[in-house]
Design a protein around this ligand. Structure first.
Ligand code: GDP
Ligand code: MN
Length: 358
């Protein structure tokens, strides 16, 4: 599950990382009745589970107390993606000299934790090329810190080593799948501060963490990100078929972005939810849908596909193979909407290849 920024920052602070001293304000607070004692300027941040808040107007600087109320109420009412914030995070504004990018992910090829870094962090990070990537362990954090220090054109190895060590420990202890600090800010006082944090926890580890109480709940859908930058997303039902679908995409020479088993009880809502998560990947060019329906009903999946096409902007082309329960009803529904289906996964992948290589 995806944590909100303030939830992620609480975990970071506990792990010894420096985060701004912020406080949480429920979006529906009446600021005329709430006493807040702040040193200005502050930054007000929408707590929605999605990136790009800065560009969307969800991160605003307030320099005078008189403007706090209007800024908070604007951000509380601003929809970002599909989300309205339940809470706002208010923090002292940082005196930023530089913004870097630092993240930890699981490298599924080596089964190790990989550090990814870029000198230029911030809201334009998607346009960066040549990210530094290296698998790390606690033993190598010193040498990696030296490289990152050079990379950031800094000299303070000790500070960065401590940050990398703490991030690593925090990642392991909390069963994270992703821990992204963007930006890691160098301030005028020479201290690195985690100005923004994105954390994805492994739902499968929830049983080990009775203390996990977050706004988001562990997903009932078995969804795993394989490659954030993959170009082909997959939706399948049943773990076996979902794995086979991912493998088939990879064998066809393309990068699958995700594994998704919508499960036996796949219905319109869960499939629609899956589409929305897939849309958060930046480079998706095609979605392969491979359903062999037993308990799942093809017509429900078809309904979800139709709804997704109506509700989601810029949905990439869909390559659909449906078979099994209520297939005829599904075929009729999809035909009415001029959504083509194919009879085999092989045929889907051939078509996907042409689409991706365009
Ligand atoms: P995001 O757009 O959802 O990734 O939200 P961020 O927290 O990363 O904020 C976006 C940008 O706001 C940052 O990259 C900074 O350039 C800018 N910014 C300016 N002042 C501040 C500040 O005091 N704190 C934070 N977090 N960001 C600031
Ligand atoms: Mn950010």
């Amino acid at each position: 599950m995806r944590l909100l920024e303030y939830e992620a920052k609480k975990i970071l602070a506990k792990a010894g990382l420096i985060v701004p001293a912020g406080f949480i304000l429920p979006s529906d607070s009446d600021l005329s009745k709430t006493h807040v004692d702040l040193h200005y300027p502050v930054v007000v941040k929408s707590q929605v589970p999605i990136g790009g808040r800065g560009k969307a107007g969800g991160v605003q600087i307030v320099t005078h107390h008189d403007d706090l109320r209007s800024t908070c109420s604007n951000i509380a009412r601003l929809k970002i993606g599909d989300h309205l914030p339940t809470n706002l995070l208010i923090e002292p504004k940082l005196d930023i000299i530089r913004e870097h990018y630092l993240s930890l992910v699981i490298n599924r090829d080596t089964a190790l934790i990989q550090l990814i870094a870029h000198k230029n962090g911030g809201v334009e990070v998607e346009t960066n090329k040549n990210f530094y990537r290296e698998d790390i362990t606690l033993n190598t954090s010193g040498s990696v810190a030296q490289k990152i220090t050079n990379f950031f054109e800094d000299t303070d190895v000790h500070q960065l080593e401590k940050i990398i060590r703490n991030l690593f420990a925090c990642f392991v202890e909390n069963d994270m799948l992703l821990l992204e600090i963007n930006p890691l800010v160098m301030t005028t006082s020479g201290t690195y501060i985690c100005a923004d944090a994105k954390v994805e926890l492994d739902d499968a580890a929830a049983f080990r963490h009775p203390d996990w109480h977050f706004e988001d709940k562990p997903s009932e859908v078995n969804f795993v990100t394989l490659d954030q930058n993959g170009m082909v997303a997959t939706i399948a039902n049943g773990a076996g078929l979902a794995m086979a679908t991912v493998d088939a995409v990879a064998s066809a020479g393309m990068r699958p972005a995700n594994f998704l088993d919508v499960g036996g009880g796949a219905n319109k809502d869960s499939v629609l939810q899956a589409f929305k998560r897939i849309m958060e990947y930046p480079h998706i060019k095609a979605i392969v849908i491979n359903i062999f329906a037993g308990i799942t009903r093809c017509d429900e999946v078809a309904q979800a596909i139709i709804t997704a096409r109506h509700e989601i902007n810029n949905l990439p082309p869909l390559f659909i193979r449906l078979a099994g329960t209520k297939f005829e009803a599904a075929a009729t529904l999809l035909e009415q909407q001029q959504i083509p289906t194919l009879t085999t996964l092989e045929a889907c992948l051939e078509a996907v290849k042409q689409q991706v290589n365009e």
